[in-house]
Write a protein that binds this ligand. Structure first.
Ligand SMILES: Cc1cn([C@H]2C[C@H](O)[C@@H](COP(=O)(O)OP(=O)(O)OP(=O)(O)O)O2)c(=O)[nH]c1=O
Length: 632
């Protein structure tokens, strides 16, 4: 198969897509590339006038997006990826560079500029090869761009506003999506369609050919740096043609995998993991597991089928404190882990092997140890630990999800089926009825808030506000981040008395937290503390529209003109088809609450109904997005 060797070259590598764009993820997923998504935090603020041409701006932004992710993963001691891919799409018309509109007026300006004209869509792409040497990150960047010309029909005012109100323009360069409703505005396209959608797949594959199958050295001088590669097609290329001078030593990667696999004890009898048996090695071809015929294998479906096993392996290893043990002890053999956690050697060994294969642990001849990311996120005592959320997922969400079928059939929460308790008063009955459940729930909310607080706090400039009230702010994790970012801000965390009574052991050690105060009350029943910025983080998704109206009308009544309201939620795309994490979270809300996740337009209409205007949405790429509006 002609296409296989090109993408197969990436099969044995840890590939990271530094992009939150669901379109890019879909384009690469559709061709069977296996990759992780780590959205870039690089803000697209390069000075456009300092670039000689628009495509140079797009390439530089793509490069900075990818490098930011490569550096972050390296610095945060996550496993350094082999390759990070970044991309940036812009639209140019009449000397203007158009990116994503910031609001509806901006979308209007963009679309009216494009009406009746031909314009160019440029996507800059950066492929960053990473290598960690002596704890230093070395990178090698390959970049390119692709241009596609698109002509718009004349757009009437009515059509234009209809389209803007559909919500589609907001997260797309130039304010349109050619792949959906925006396609109706287009008269013709000259060039690569996928380039308009955000990723020039054909040029990308040609670049891979250039990288992994370089032409004989004497022809190299024909390739210009910025130009489209001289390889016109990647058909008829096979591994045999590969030149060993390619920048990535594919065969070395295979060797590495082999040595890892051979260190496995493989037995299931007590103590067998201590014994490495070289004579047990059987000759196996293709250790890296690159499929001979990937087109015929339903890899996405198999991955989904396995998903629950992987989740449960993570949950059980966390619950048994395997990551805490390995963080303290360094490297241990499975028998020692089993003895310490009081479990069978045979079962422990399989769990450890699965965790190693999932990238959570390292396995060597000396034994098992935590990966850097396990130390950072899975050990229960680390600053950025997700342990609380993992235990909540195991003990609370897992039983609820076993009743998903009933939830779908009945359209209601499943607390009674899972726990034998009715949830008439959701939080009191589900989470705060016992100390153990309450602490577990608070630890879970704290984990998520810590992970997302920085992105939420910096999604918009909130420096004009002096007092904020975080309604349902739980342990104050977001409040603490906000006062770090905005030193003139004082934040009141307002939550139920059961929560406020327990916040003390979640407070940061040695951090100046005086501007954060805690007040107890019920935001549905009690008066709200006065503030010029109100915050609702992961609150609205718990409730029906009716209850949201009650809450928003109270907040609106408490707000003076100019007061701000910041929401943080997972925002669905308007078509409700692209953001799988958010859509799964909506199922999560179905099994346990009356609420659901909502799209940007749905939040906007709820907010506008209560006099909040200039609604802006920022997709952070983290687990929570941010929505900001002001009271008019
Ligand atoms: C013109 C056009 C753009 N787009 C999208 C592609 C990109 O996702 C987006 C341009 O914004 P980008 O800044 O290139 O990408 P992004 O913000 O979506 O994601 P990230 O920065 O994390 O990589 O516009 C379409 O989906 N359809 C179109 O017709």
């Amino acid at each position: 198969m002609a296409l296989k060797p090109v993408l197969g070259k990436l099969g044995s590598k840890r590939v990271v897509l530094a992009s939150a764009s669901p379109r890019r993820q879909e384009i690469l997923c559709n061709v069977g590339l296996r990759f992780e998504v780590v959205p870039s935090w690089f803000k697209e603020t390069l000075e456009k006038s300092s670039f000689a041409t628009p495509y140079k701006y797009a390439i530089e932004t793509a490069k900075q997006k990818a490098l930011e992710v490569a550096n972050r993963m390296h610095v945060k001691h996550l496993r350094t990826p082999d390759i990070v891919i970044g991309a940036d799409t812009i639209v140019t018309v009449d000397e203007y560079i158009l990116e994503k509109p910031v609001d509806k007026q901006d979308a209007y300006r963009m679309l009216s500029r494009l009406s009746g004209k031909e314009h160019s869509v440029f996507t800059g792409v950066a492929i960053v090869h990473c290598n960690s040497k002596d704890n230093r990150l070395e990178t090698e960047v390959t970049d390119f761009y692709e241009e596609t010309k698109v002509k718009f029909a004349d757009l009437s005012e009515e059509l234009l506003w209809d389209y803007i109100h559909s919500g589609e323009p907001m997260d797309k360069a130039g304010g349109y999506g050619i792949q959906a409703l925006g396609g109706m505005l287009v008269e013709y396209v000259h060039g690569d369609f996928l380039n308009v959608v955000g990723f020039p797949l054909n040029h990308f594959c040609k670049k891979l050919v250039e990288l992994y199958y370089p032409p004989p050295k004497h022809t190299l001088h024909h390739i210009k740096h910025d130009s489209v590669p001289s390889v016109e097609t990647f058909e008829n290329i096979s591994d045999e043609e590969s030149d060993s001078s390619s920048p990535i030593q594919y065969k070395d990667a295979i060797k590495m995998d082999r040595s890892k696999l051979h260190s496995s004890g493989g037995g299931c009898s007590p103590g067998s993991s201590n014994i490495i048996k070289p004579n047990c090695m059987v000759p196996v071809e293709n250790w890296n597991g690159v499929m001979e015929n990937p087109d015929k294998f339903p890899s996405k479906i198999v991955e989904l089928l396995d998903g629950f096993r992987a989740s449960k392996a993570l949950f059980v290893a966390s619950k048994l404190k395997v990551f805490d043990l390995l963080k303290n002890k360094g490297v241990l053999q499975s028998v020692d882990v089993a003895n310490t956690i009081n479990a069978s050697v045979c079962g422990t060994e399989r769990l450890l092997d699965a965790c190693a294969a999932l990238g959570l642990l390292e396995k060597t001849i000396q034994g098992y140890s935590n990966t850097d990311s396990a130390n950072t996120y899975l050990a229960s005592d680390s600053e950025d630990s997700l342990h609380g959320y993992i235990i909540h997922s195991n003990d609370h969400l897992w039983p609820l999800f076993t009743h998903l079928e009933s939830a779908v059939k009945e359209g209601t929460m499943q607390n009674y089926r899972a726990f034998g308790k009715k949830s008439e008063n959701l939080f009191q009955d589900s989470y705060y009825q016992s100390m153990e459940v309450k602490q577990r729930f608070m630890a879970a909310m704290h984990s998520i808030a810590k992970l997302t607080a920085k992105d939420v706090a910096t999604a918009f400039d909130l420096s004009q506000f002096r007092s904020a009230c975080d309604l349902g702010g739980c342990t104050g994790a977001l409040a603490n981040e906000l006062v770090q970012k905005y030193p003139n801000l004082k934040v009141t965390v307002f939550d139920l008395p059961e929560v406020i009574a327990n916040v003390s052991h979640f407070q940061p050690v040695g951090q100046h937290t005086a501007p954060v105060t805690f007040t107890s009350g019920d935001f549905f029943k009690d008066n709200l503390p006065a503030a010029d910025l109100y915050i609702l983080s992961r609150i609205l998704h718990d409730w029906t529209d009716e209850k949201i109206h009650v809450l928003l009308s109270k907040i609106s009544a408490a707000c003076k003109p100019g007061c701000g309201l910041l929401l943080s939620e997972m925002v669905l795309d308007d078509e409700k088809k692209n953001r799988s994490t958010a859509l799964l979270q909506s199922l999560n809300m179905l099994v346990q609450t009356e609420g659901k996740e909502r799209s940007g337009s749905e939040y906007q209409s709820l907010l506008e109904h209560h006099g909040f205007t200039s609604v802006k949405i920022r997709l952070t790429g983290n687990l929570l997005d941010a929505i900001f509006c002001t009271k008019c």
